[in-house]
Design a binder for this molecule. Structure first.
Ligand code: DON
Length: 564
């Protein structure tokens, strides 16, 4: 067995695939299963764990659990057992598709105005730093659920790479240092976090080994006892005691009552492709499909670049406005998913779009109340099972709070709620009643794990990036539909509009000066960002010849692998 471990497949390889595809397309039979298997994740250790599980007889779902658990260890700034996520699964044997929703929930004692002061104004950083910012974690329950219902290997085997890495430690790299620097204050405020993730209260030097004995212990308990290893017993007791002692509002009931929910993905059609993505409580799939439908209505999918940017920005503006107005946890509020993903609605919504002029964003009128970092991985196994998973503890290093004796770094996902109608969150997103805080409710997400497929190809993709996740996935899907190789899906320059602020944000150098002049002449405000964003991981299966290819975003340090 030869393995290919790359940042992105070479153009040469792709050209070769095209040649083979051209040759095979003359042949009568299609490859029904991929010739090999593939993993793309944000960290080489996580990709390696996925490979090891696949090569020892596990399927894509086993590999997904192993990759998630390793990411929880080696990317403590991105995701973890103290956080949550969405795992989009496709089972090849019967075509069954489901999204395993392991999103955090608001604690049962949460109140809609819990982050507002006596004057009704937001308390600075209250929903970002410390345990009051933490929702009830869903990742441990989701991993156990996926292993039990979809995997074929014992949980103890699948969690073994993560347990080993937690015990032996991983080495600090530049990325870790950059992210720890940004969250130094929050990490210093939690003695257990400082002890784990800092060295003498400072950002650790390059090559410093981060050992997480308590996390290894907690993972071992989960491997043995399943969800009870986290949501009951000693770990649960320690979590609740530490959160309460530091001003949080978790109770044992919160942990024992946490449940994963299996949800039907949202689905759209675009230029002969089927696009399958995350339903509420993520806004990702709905907004993605609404944007694709509008582009279809405008027949504006591949125009010359500057004009295309204008149309895409206008489409983003409208769909993100609908996100702000209508989206929230559908278990708590009515979310018009069918209407928002309906092509007829997209035609109406795009009717006022002027090809020659930016439409200023309408002011946001909140309802009258009636009463960086995250991670993604993509996997296809040799049976054709697929997983697209985006996992988060929200902001870099989550809330910065570690419960002593557990190794668990808590999320600050509560900031994804609209803490007050019209008040932007850390990503500048505004929200409405639909996304107001309520006990037990899931906060609205932008995570967009996605499949895009037609008879000839299957793509599995997603990325972190807060509010920009959905527009990044849109750009990736358009690349896939245009037939671009998978390294273009993850590498293409990015731009974004999210309704408010009313501006097109773009990566340094993404637009030529001609494009800028054109967009400004149409009335767009342009905002060139200081640094690139996103960390997309994608795999591609050419169904004509069975070949797989994979790519990891060149902006990150991840690794993509295809077996031979
Ligand atoms: O669920 C969400 O939409 C956010 N918590 C994701 C945060 C994120 O992607 C941060 N990454 N840069």
């Amino acid at each position: 067995m030869r393995a290919l471990l790359t940042k992105a497949p070479s153009r040469g390889l792709f050209a070769f695939c095209l040649l083979v595809a051209a040759w095979v397309s003359a042949a009568p039979a299609r490859a029904l299963v991929p010739q090999g298997q593939s993993v793309a994740s944000a960290h080489p250790e996580a990709t390696a764990a996925g490979i090891a599980i696949l090569e020892s007889g596990g399927n894509a779902f086993d590999a997904a659990v192993a990759v998630s658990a390793v990411l929880a260890v080696v990317e403590p700034y991105s995701s973890g057992l103290g956080g949550g996520g969405f795992w989009l699964l496709h089972r090849a044997s019967d075509g069954f598709e489901v999204m395993v929703d392991g999103r955090e929930r608001a604690p049962l004692q949460a109140r809609r105005d819990m982050y507002l002061d006596a004057d009704g104004e937001p308390i600075p950083r209250a929903s970002i730093d410390g345990p009051l910012a933490a929702g009830i974690p869903g990742e441990p329950a989701a991993l156990v659920h996926i292993a039990r219902h979809y995997g074929r290997l014992p949980l103890s085997l699948v969690l073994a790479p993560a347990i080993r890495l937690a015990r032996e430690g991983f080495l600090v790299d530049e990325r870790y240092r950059r992210f720890a620097e940004r969250r130094l204050e929050a990490l210093r405020a939690s003695p257990a976090a400082a002890q784990l993730f800092l060295k003498d209260g400072e950002v650790p030097p390059l090559g410093y080994r981060v050992v997480q004995q308590d996390l290894a212990e907690t993972l071992t308990r989960i491997a043995g006892a399943g969800r009870a290893g986290f949501y009951a017993g000693e770990v649960a007791d320690r979590l609740v005691a530490a959160v309460q002692a530091a001003g949080g509002i978790w109770s044992s009931k919160d942990l024992s009552a946490y449940r994963v929910v299996e949800r039907e993905p949202v689905m759209g059609r675009f230029q002969g492709y089927r696009v399958v993505s995350a339903p509420p409580p993520s806004s990702g799939g709905v907004v993605l499909i609404e944007m694709l439908n509008m582009l279809d209505a405008l027949q504006a999918t591949q125009k010359p670049s500057a004009q295309q940017v204008h149309l895409m920005a206008e489409v983003m503006r409208r769909a993100y406005e609908d996100r702000a107005r209508y989206l929230g946890d559908a278990d708590f509020v009515q979310v018009p998913v069918e209407r928002l993903t309906d092509p007829g609605y997209a035609r109406e919504r795009a009717a006022d779009l002027d090809p020659e002029r930016a439409t200023p964003s309408r002011p946001f009128k909140p309802d009258v109340p009636k009463g960086a970092d995250t991670t993604h991985f993509s996997i296809i196994d040799n049976e054709g099972n697929r997983v697209a998973a985006t996992l988060s503890i929200n902001y870099l290093f989550g809330s910065g709070f570690v419960a002593p004796g557990t190794g668990i770094l808590l999320n600050d996902e509560m900031d994804d709620f609209s803490i007050k109608p019209g008040v932007p969150n850390v990503y500048g997103l505004v929200g409405n009643e639909a996304n107001a805080i309520a006990p037990g409710k899931r906060m609205l997400s932008s995570m967009t794990p996605t499949f895009v497929e037609n008879e000839g190809q299957v793509g599995v993709l997603g990325t972190p990036g807060g509010s920009r996740i959905i527009s990044m996935v849109l750009i990736g899907v358009l690349q896939a539909v245009a037939g671009a190789p998978v390294d273009h899906w993850v590498g293409k320059a990015r731009f974004h509009h999210q309704y408010l602020p009313d501006e097109i944000q773009f990566e340094p150098g993404a637009f030529t000066s001609k494009t800028r002049v054109y967009l400004e002449a149409l009335g767009h405000k342009l905002h060139e960002l200081d640094e690139p964003y996103g960390n997309m991981q994608a795999v591609h299966w050419n169904r004509e010849n069975g070949r797989l290819s994979a790519a990891s975003d060149p902006r990150g340090v991840g690794a993509a692998w295809v077996s031979k």
